[in-house]
Design a protein around this ligand. Structure first.
Ligand SMILES: Nc1ncnc2c1ncn2[C@@H]1O[C@H](COP(=O)(O)OP(=O)(O)OP(=O)(O)O)[C@@H](O)[C@H]1O
Length: 259
């Protein structure tokens, strides 16, 4: 079930370095929100704070609040592993478990949650997730082959199947198409359009055409210079951000007159 994310006054630090300053925004359920902005402005860092994945970096910490519907994900009694089950992540480089079969890749997360799962139940989850990721027809005859035997675009859809198999509320995608060819990219973009019927989706992309094609809402981040924190400059309906942004800084970026 898709959920809303509500961020208020979020600062992100790596040790003493303030990487992202004072972000407040809402991500609506059943919609796609794109994060755009120049390199180093903190898009990936901010994305990772939405499921506490930044915590794997030593010294990384946040101040501020991230609500997932009614749950404050940074409350002291909240388990980050449980947060990541609700808020899945798909990375830039497709990263299936290389020695595991396609089947085992999809079921891996569900098995961690339920060690005594029956085979028929696992079969159903695998088929549903692979269908949901538009991959079932291409792999149904070779589920026992390694995940690494698939093409890059298929591997990325396998990673999406793995992420949705545990039925998360939110899917975070960090440049999910940047390692893919144009045909595979279109397949992922079509898939994102389908997935938003059931999930809340946030995608970081360097490709402004992609942001315009896939997202309902766009958030533009910027950084004033090296050592300065990244800031959210403007967030709004994608069409408006690309045609009539409120901030001159956004306009300079989207029209390519930047720097
Ligand atoms: N693990 C880390 N430790 C220390 N600093 C980091 C770490 N990860 C990122 N940073 C710094 O935080 C800032 C934001 O980086 P981040 O990768 O979030 O930006 P980005 O907008 O996603 O960039 P890109 O578009 O190039 O991926 C940068 O100054 C970066 O050097």
């Amino acid at each position: 079930m898709a959920k809303r994310i509500d961020v208020s006054g979020l600062h992100v630090y790596y040790g003493d370095f303030l990487a992202v300053e004072d972000v407040s925004m809402t991500v609506e359920p059943r919609s796609v929100t794109a994060f755009i902005g120049s390199s180093g402005c903190g898009k990936s860092t901010f994305l990772r704070t939405l499921n506490r994945l930044h915590e794997v970096a030593p010294g990384a910490r946040v101040e501020g609040k991230v609500m997932l519907d009614d749950l404050d994900i940074y409350q002291s009694d909240v388990d980050p592993v449980a947060v990541r089950r609700e808020i899945g992540m798909v990375f830039q480089q497709p990263n299936p478990f290389p020695t595991m079969s396609i089947y085992d890749n999809v079921i891996a997360g569900s098995k961690l949650n339920n060690k005594r799962m029956r085979k028929s139940e696992a079969d159903d989850i695998v088929e549903r997730a692979l269908r949901g990721a538009n991959l079932w027809e291409e792999v149904k005859e070779r589920l026992n082959k390694p995940g690494s035997s698939l093409s890059g675009g298929q591997q990325q859809r396998l990673c999406i199947a793995r992420a949705i198999a545990v039925e998360p509320a939110v899917l975070l995608m960090d440049e999910p198409c940047s390692a893919l060819d144009p045909i595979s990219t279109l397949a992922i973009e079509d898939l994102i359009a389908q997935l938003k019927e059931n999930y809340t989706i946030v995608i970081v992309t360097h490709n402004m055409q992609q942001a315009a094609r896939v997202s309902d809402t766009t958030a533009f981040f910027n950084v004033a210079g090296t050592g300065e924190p990244g800031r959210l400059i403007e967030v709004g309906e994608t069409n408006k951000i690309f045609t009539k942004p409120e901030q001159a800084e956004t306009e300079r970026y989207i029209t390519g007159r930047f720097g």
